[in-house]
Ligand binder design. Structure first.
Ligand code: GCU
Length: 128
């Protein structure tokens, strides 16, 4: 699997909007999740079979955690992963997890688990 960056604004978005009003993002913007449980961003990643590191870059300008469940091809790899406050909507940090990808096309989804929705999400990076 080659290392790659997958911008959230180019992904499939369910209950969220692309915005660019908070500086520091990569690409042309970020996804502002609706303040709703179940809102998600889903990326399509072509890979070889095997483990990768997933890096989700995000900002959370509140003091409340904005947990998201991460699934790969429909299987949960992280339940309610923590995306705590970053201090400002313009302060971006990275949450990291590992997952196994399948050969070919994979769908990687980050779904908000609380009524606050997800943090603002900038991109997913995949690193072999
Ligand atoms: C503010 C902020 C948004 C953020 C939202 C939220 O409106 O400007 O970027 O997504 O709060 O709490 O989700």
């Amino acid at each position: 699997t080659p290392a790659g960056r997958y911008e959230a604004e180019n992904a499939t978005i369910s209950r969220g909007v692309v915005e660019s009003n908070h500086a520091g993002y990569s690409g042309t913007g970020f996804v502002n999740y609706d303040n709703a449980s179940g809102a998600y961003v889903q990326w399509t990643v072509t890979a070889a079979a095997g483990p990768v590191t997933l890096r989700l870059r995000y900002a959370n300008g509140t003091t409340a955690d904005r947990p998201m469940t991460i699934t790969v091809n429909g299987a949960t790899v992280a339940t309610a992963m923590s995306f705590p406050g970053t201090g400002a909507w313009t302060t971006w940090q990275t949450g990291t997890l590992t997952a196994n990808l399948a050969a070919g096309t994979n769908t990687i989804r980050a779904t908000a688990t609380t009524a606050n929705g997800g943090p603002n999400v900038d991109y997913l990076e995949v690193q072999p």
